[in-house]
Design a protein around this ligand. Structure first.
Ligand code: CTP
Length: 450
């Protein structure tokens, strides 16, 4: 029996795929189709896939051309599969011409003429169009956001809003945006969605205005500074079926998602302690150090540790305590230690703007621990460590660029597929972040050190 194997993403299955599969099948007697996993697509930078791996597999199954369907999960798997399944022919579309010649010492490699005039990318563009996005704010992160958005297809940054007309016009011209506005209503009329990167204490107002005008919202952390504001904006977003997403880039990156699944798999036993630090030394007259703009290390950086703590321990904690070193003249925290006690574990967060710590993450369990070196929030590498070091394991994943591309692509996908309830950061977690921020800002649970 002649066995043939072929691979692809097969997103939004089209007749080009069907032709390819028929031709591949005709080359032998038995056809295996490898469909890329969601994680593999993400980690190789294919960020615009609309259907989940299960939806894509279902579509191929229905065609009844493949005799077997497998999932392609990592680079280098093709060779493993060829040996494992005793493959005679590796078939792939002609757009890959020459790329798989290295497999010729293991089986025949056939490049099948690609069907002209159709591709998943084309369908995505014509079905979903281009999302017109506007930016509120023009600071450092807004600049980075524009750079990163270029890696996501299907989205265009149209214009910017800012109260300072000179600054917003400079920003818009620098990035060759189509427009700039200092009137929020005019700005919102010109876009489908917004990214908010203005000072923390302005988020609530801009989120609310945008949602009420029917615009989807991606907002920098902290989304809002207290619980009632959060409940208010969640209510509006639900009522209008709009996406409201907090821009915690870590939550959407492939390495972090893998870290979570490994930590939750039980391989290090029951998790009892999570300690996450993030520091960024800042001096000078910056928003991060201004009390009037709710600056300070915890509001600035606290969402990252809260993300990992809530992902692993949940949101029902027993007690919470902050210890902070405050700048006496500026009255913002330059360092904060947060200890959250749960029934079954302890979460520790350390954030610093005026105190430097190693930005590492340690997840300790009853059988071993996971060590993620700095910068753990751009998760690229982590180690599993055990009492017997023979069982230690190392993992490596790519975190591309500044990593904002992952949250941008997630935001776009949620809007385009209308899966607004499938957010990687749940409403429960958003509520937890807002509640903890509020407790911190109330200062009642905070012990101050000099
Ligand atoms: N293919 C084909 N003819 C097309 C499109 C795809 O023969 N018009 C083949 C590819 O060469 C590959 C397989 O179908 O062997 C799966 O390709 P995939 O990348 O999933 O499809 P594309 O439509 O090319 O997707 P995209 O636009 O996202 O690159």
């Amino acid at each position: 029996m002649k066995k043939v194997i072929t691979y692809g993403t097969f997103d939004l299955l089209h007749f080009g795929h069907v032709n390819l599969l028929n031709k591949a099948k005709a080359l032998g007697d038995y056809l295996i189709v490898g469909v890329t996993s969601d994680f593999y697509d993400q980690s190789r930078g294919k960020l615009n896939v609309k259907q989940t791996v299960m939806e894509r597999i279902e579509n191929i199954k229905k065609l009844q051309i493949a005799d077997e369907i497998i999932i392609e999960e990592f680079e280098g798997q093709k060779l493993d599969d060829i040996i494992k399944y005793n493959i005679d022919i590796f078939a792939i579309g002609s757009d890959w011409l020459g790329k798989f010649d290295y497999l010729k010492s293991y089986c025949n490699v056939v490049y099948i003429e690609r069907t002209r005039g159709i591709s998943s990318s084309q369908i995505r563009e014509s079905d979903y169009g281009i999302l017109k996005l506007g930016i509120i704010g023009y600071g450092r992160i807004a600049n980075r956001f524009i750079r990163e958005s270029k890696f996501v297809s299907g989205i265009n940054i149209e214009g910017a809003f800012g109260i300072n007309l000179d600054k917003v016009s400079f920003f818009a011209n620098k990035h060759e945006l189509n427009f700039f506005e200092s009137n929020i209503d005019n700005f919102l009329d010109k876009v489908d969605a917004v990214y908010i990167a203005s000072p923390h204490n302005t988020h609530y107002e801009y989120i609310k205005k945008s949602l009420l005008k029917g615009k989807h919202v991606l907002c920098e952390k902290p989304l809002v500074l207290n619980y009632s504001e959060l409940m208010d904006v969640i209510k509006i977003s639900k009522k209008n079926s709009l996406v409201l997403m907090e821009a915690v880039k870590t939550a959407y990156s492939p390495g972090f998602l893998k870290l979570l699944s490994i930590a939750k798999s039980g391989i290090i036993g029951q998790i009892k302690h999570v300690s996450a630090s993030f520091s960024k030394l800042i001096e000078g007259d910056f928003r991060e150090l201004r009390k009037s703009e709710n600056g300070g290390s915890f509001t600035e950086l606290g969402t990252y540790p809260l993300l990992i703590i809530s992902k692993l321990f949940g949101t029902n904690y027993k007690s919470i305590r902050f210890t902070s070193y405050f700048d006496e003249s500026k009255n913002v925290d330059l360092f904060t230690n947060l200890t959250i006690v749960y029934e079954h574990g302890i979460g520790i967060a350390n954030t610093g703007l005026g105190v430097k710590t190693d930005g590492q993450l340690i997840i300790s369990g009853t059988k071993g621990f996971i060590y993620v070196p700095s910068p753990w929030w751009k998760t690229e590498y982590f180690e599993l460590k055990f009492e017997d070091s023979n069982f230690d394991k190392k993992y490596f994943y790519k975190f591309e660029g500044d990593g904002l591309r992952y949250e941008i692509s997630e935001f776009l996908n949620l809007i385009q597929t209308k899966k607004i309830n499938h957010q990687k950061v749940s409403i429960k977690e958003l509520k937890f972040f807002a509640k903890v921020m509020q407790i911190f800002l109330d200062e009642k649970m905070t012990k101050k050190i000099k």
